[in-house]
Structures are given as C-alpha cells and as structure tokens.
Design a protein around this ligand. Sequence first.
Ligand code: NAP
Length: 304
Amino acid sequence: MTHDLIIIGAGPAGLTAALYAGRSRLNTLMIEKMAPGGRILMSESIENYPGFPGGVTTVELIDRMEKQVRELGVKFESDEVLDLDCLKKTVITSSATFAAKALIIASGAHPRKLNIPGEKEFTGRGVSYCATCDAPFYKGKNVVLVGGGDAVAEEAIYLSRFASSVSVIHRRQDLRASAILQEKMQQDKKINFILSSLVTEIKGTKKVEAIKIKDLLTGKEDDFCCDGVFIYIGYEPETVFLKGKIQMDEAGFIIADDSMSTSVEGVFACGDCRKKSLYQVINACGDGAVAADSAYKFIANRSN
Ligand code: NAP
C-alpha cells in the first residue's frame, strides 16, 4: 500500500509533522523504533516550552502530542528503519517495505560517547546517559556528570533530588548552559563543579567505583571516588541509514533549507537530525510543521 507520507521518527518534530499532515488529510504513516517521544524523554521535565508556566513533564507533553496525532487517524508502526530509497520513496524496516509519495526524516539524535576506557564496560553498571531513567538507583550516593551544556545542568539539578553529592565535570572554565539553569545549579548546595578537567578513565570491579580526572591547567591526574557517571556531552544525529543517499555535513546532520527540503526532491528533514543553530523542542516542532506543509505542497503539485 502506498501512503501519501511516511514520517521516520516520533519525537516532537515527527509528531508535529504528523499533526499537520493529519490535519491536511494526508494518509500518513509514522515509523518509530522505540516508544514515541525521542530523546526528550531522557529529561524529566521541560521548562521552556511555551504555555506551561513552571514546566511540564516530558511524559505528559509527549502523551498529549501523540493523542492529538492519533485522533487524526495517523498510523503508527513500531519498527526500525534499516534502509530507504529516497528516489522511489520506499522505506525498508526489519519486517516490511513501505512506500509513499513523500518522506519526512525526523530520526533525531543519540547521546555522544566519551570513548574512554571503562565507559562501554560499565554502561548500565554505573555509567548512564539518562538521569530520568536511572536517578532512583543513586539515592544517597555520589554521582558525577560530564559536560557543560543545558543537558548537564538540567540533569544535575534533577539528580540532586536523589544523590548525596553531584559533581559536574567540565573541560572548560565556563559552562555553556543557559544562565537560568546555571543560577539554579549555583543555588543547589549538593552541586559542585570540577572545571577545566577531563574524565580520562572510568574504574571499578563489578560496578563504577571511581573515575580518573585530568586537571587541564596543571596536567595532574587524580582518582575521584563516585558511584555513578552521567555523560551529557552533546548528541550525534541518527542518520547512519541515510549515508550516501542524501546530503549531510561531516558529522552526519542532514542539510535542509528553510522549507525543510533536502538534496532529494520529496524528502524533507526536521528536528535534531537536521543541521541548524538551535536544538530545542520548540524549534523541532516548528521544523515539523514546515516539513509537513512542504510535503503537502510537493504531493499536491505531483498530482496536478
Ligand atoms: P551541548 O550544548 O552541545 O553541550 C555539550 C557539552 O559537552 C559542551 O559543554 C562541551 O564542551 C562538552 N563536550 C563535548 N564533547 C566533549 C568531550 N569529548 N569531552 C568532554 N566534554 C565534551 O549539548 P547538550 O547539553 O546535550 O545539549 C544539546 C542541545 O540540546 C543544545 O542545543 C541544548 O541547548 C539543547 N537542550 C536544551 C534543553 C532545554 O532548553 N531545556 C535541555 C537539554 C538540551 P564545550 O562547551 O567545551 O564545547
């Protein structure tokens, strides 16, 4: 069966694209390998989405978006996209091949790894990329977080509700997290900072027991005891399945213009998998709305 539109990825960008496509009465299929939500669900709540003073939990926001889309009759397929033909607009998953008149890629991004000794070995045994998922395991324990952006700030504040001490380790002297989050961290007595420092190794026997930290100003390396290491050093686009099929930058972010059009006609990209200057839920949703509008116009022109 040929759909009008296939949307790959059901995070905020994909769900908003589906909302607009559904309202345009496009016969739309969403394909998502996990539950709807994407990486936003790695945070407990979001405070900068308009209309929610005091913030909203990410689970509630995504539930509402999904409900709105399902009410419009958009179909959901839970499967992983393994390959696609951008010219023929066919999408191959682990169980079927789907065809459409247009495609929207909203495949998002996954956490970047430090790639240091011990990281892989202790993932799930003290190393985590998701405080929302794992924070309760660290009640009364000492945790470290690595990174200097919004994600590390939000998650340090969240983890301080559980852990007895929260150390943020950042490679520079200044964090890049937004001012309001930095203020909140400074006010939290459990949070301390280890700046101009790199984590060079994660150590333990059965689970994490310590990390090795290198002071970049003195060059000195020391062990630091901790029970958990949360890594927030940015994200990499989920675009491996598109390699060689569409124009991307050297890091794998899809190049799309203001109409979300990619280098292939009828294939649109939106959200965190797209190269842009700001990666927020609000503009992921904006991207999704534009992508759906562009897909609608592309399909309409094709039928005329
Ligand atoms: P980010 O803003 O890209 O920050 C990544 C941090 O990790 C930077 O401080 C960077 O250091 C550091 N880093 C990168 N590679 C490293 C390495 N190999 N070793 C040590 N440190 C390393 O990433 P993010 O905080 O995950 O956020 C990603 C995007 O999502 C951002 O656009 C952010 O604004 C957005 N976001 C928004 C919210 C919100 O508004 N509520 C929440 C979470 C995330 P340098 O500073 O030295 O480059």
